[in-house]
Structure formats: structure tokens, C-alpha cells
Design a protein around this ligand. Structure first.
Ligand code: DGY
Length: 321
């Protein structure tokens, strides 16, 4: 905030409140040259039309599915995000969810607190081993690769599917490329690391869940709508898969009466995979730098719609000829 104030007049919606109602967001955007948005702020064509002054939308997140990037590009509005800043922190949390479901950590906590612990028992709260298990990654970008690195440290076999082979990390970490179907069939843990877009919405539905082993777990720290939550509920409730660790949901916040919350074999978190002090500070600084660069006419380091920048550059060049 201090850095922003040095360069601009700012209007702030308090972070400890619910997101601004859309009419407030539109009103404030209309009076602004730049906007730092959260993933809970919908930046669509209607907002952009109401805000002709707006030159940049700097998203405080690596994902930008809350923004209609096409509409921003058409209107010459720069969109930026915060890649890299949160990679390691999200990978840590992915492993935390993986261990939590494999070793029933949350269930064990509930059991102990409820006073149900009578005696040590050979069959008490048996889980699944992580060491030696197969991890299947759907998506091997920055976060997927960071998860793979951790998993290799735990002596897991790591297979992955992505739109293209990633030979660098494959060789460096000893990963195996596989078809989507193979990843689903062979993995003891399937973890999702793709962005949300039209091609990945409900990428995991009933047919995909049916391919998974009954002893396998699904981990999602990417975006909720990548998984069909109705199909996931059915698979978990019917024990067609063993469990799930979920940080993201089709509907956020997850309603307290959501059917998923009735299941013992699910560990849930409120979209906090990147929530460490260091990472959230890093994301904030990155969002500020992106915004200030764009406003000052410099190319922001984390430009999403490079076309807007190229168009500006060309029209400047033509102007100076
Ligand atoms: C992101 O950055 O996209 C995460 O979901 C929140 O940090």
C-alpha cells in the first residue's frame, strides 16, 4: 500500500470484508486508471465498458479466470498476474493435503479430540503409504513441477500428463509422461495443476473418476470447476475412490451444508494453498509492480495479454515515423 501511495491516489476495499458488490466495483473501476483485483472480483466486458479510463487490471493471483482477458484485450486493457511468487507455497500445501488424506490426519485429530481413543490398536486409523506410491500430475507447469520435486524426495514414482511433453523436468526429476487415461488408471494420488479455462472445465468428471483406482486419492489445489463436484461427491460417497484433499471448489465459499462436508474421506481447506506470509507479501509486491509499470508505460513483468503491449508498441513506432 505504501509503495502504491508513493505513485498514485488509491481507493481501498477492506480486505477483511466480503468482496465489493459488483456495482461498487464497477463504480470504483470507472473512476480509476488501474485496478488491483482479487480472484473474487469478476472483471467482465460490462465492467470494462463502464471504465473507459482503465488501463490495467493487475490480478493478485496466478490464475486469472475471474477476468475476461479477451474483452480486456479488445479494449486495450493490460492484464497481469503473479506467477512464480506462490509456486513453492502451493506445492507445499498440495503435499500437506496429500499427506492429510493418505494418513487420515484430520480424521485422527477429530477422533482424538472426541475422546474416542481407547487404546493403541493394530487396525486403528490405517492409512496409505506415500513413500513408494505413484503420484499422477495433471499439468506440469511451475506448480506441478514443484510438487513433482517434493514427491521425488518422498521416493514416489511420478507420472504426468500435459498438453505437451516437458522434457527438461522429466529428465531432471525422473518423471514419466503418460496419457491422461494412464495417469488416472495408474496413480495412487492424482493431483491437478492446470489453469481453469473452457478446455479444463470439468476435465475430471464421472468417466475420469471411474478410471481411478478405488484406493486412489484426488488432490485439487488448482481451481474448483476443473472437477465436476457432483461426480466427485458420488465417487467419494460410493467409495469408488478412496478420498480427496480439496482447497478449491466449484462454489466458493463452500456452503456449510454442502454434501462433500458430510464425508469422512475428504479434507477441505478454504482456498489457502498460497496463504503464507512470505508468499502473500511477494504476490502483493508483484501486483503493485505490475500495476505501476503499466501505468508508467513500461512493460509489466507479468503481462498476460502480450497482444495489447505489442499493439501499443507498434502504434507508438508508427506515430514516431
Ligand atoms: C492463485 O494465485 O491463482 C491462487 O488460487 C490464489 O493464490
Amino acid at each position: 500500500m505504501g509503495k502504491l501511495r508513493e505513485h498514485a491516489e488509491i481507493a481501498v476495499w477492506p480486505v477483511d470484508e466480503l468482496p465489493p458488490p459488483s456495482e461498487v466495483l464497477v463504480r470504483e473501476a470507472a473512476a480509476s486508471d488501474g485496478l488491483i483485483s482479487l480472484l473474487t472480483d469478476r472483471i467482465d466486458a460490462a465492467l470494462l465498458d463502464a471504465a473507459p479510463r482503465l488501463r490495467v487490471v493487475s490480478n493478485y493471483a496466478v490464475g486469472f479466470d475471474n477476468i475476461d482477458v479477451g474483452a480486456a484485450t479488445e479494449r486495450g486493457v493490460i492484464v497481469t498476474n503473479t506467477p512464480g511468487a506462490l509456486t513453492e507455497t502451493v506445492a507445499d500445501f498440495t503435499m500437506a493435503l496429500l499427506f492429510a488424506v493418505a494418513r487420515r490426519v484430520v480424521e485422527a485429530d477429530r477422533y482424538t479430540r472426541a475422546g474416542r481413543w481407547q487404546s493403541w490398536g493394530p487396525m486403528l486409523l490405517l492409512g496409505q503409504d506415500v513413500c513408494g506410491a505413484t503420484l499422477g500430475l495433471i499439468g506440469l507447469g511451475r506448480i506441478g513441477t514443484a510438487v513433482a520435486r517434493r514427491a521425488r524426495g518422498f521416493a514416489m514414482r511420478v507420472i504426468y500428463h500435459d498438453v505437451a511433453r516437458r522434457e527438461g523436468p522429466e529428465q531432471e526429476l525422473g518423471l514419466e509422461f503418460a496419457s491422461m487415461e494412464e495417469v488416472l488408471r495408474l496413480s495412487d494420488f492424482v493431483s491437478i495443476h492446470v489453469p481453469l479455462g473452457p478446455r479444463t472445465r470439468h476435465l475430471i468428471g464421472a468417466p475420469q473418476l471411474a478410471l481411478m483406482k478405488p484406493t486412489a486419492f484426488l488432490i485439487n489445489t488448482a481451481r474448483g470447476p476443473i472437477v465436476d463436484s457432483g461426480a466427485l461427491y458420488d465417487a467419494l460417497a460410493g467409495r469408488r475412490i478412496a478420498g480427496a484433499g480439496l482447497d478449491v471448489f466449484e462454489e466458493e465459499p463452500l456452503p456449510a451444508d454442502h454434501p462433500l462436508l458430510t464425508l469422512e474421506n475428504v479434507v477441505v481447506a478454504p482456498h489457502i494453498a498460497s496463504a503464507s506470509v512470505k508468499t502473500r507479501t511477494g504476490m502483493a509486491l508483484m501486483a503493485v509492480e505490475n500495476l505501476l509499470d503499466a501505468l508508467a508505460g513500461r512493460r509489466p513483468p507479468n503481462l498476460v495479454n502480450t497482444e495489447v503491449w505489442e499493439r501499443r508498441r507498434k502504434s507508438k513506432q508508427e506515430g514516431s515515423r
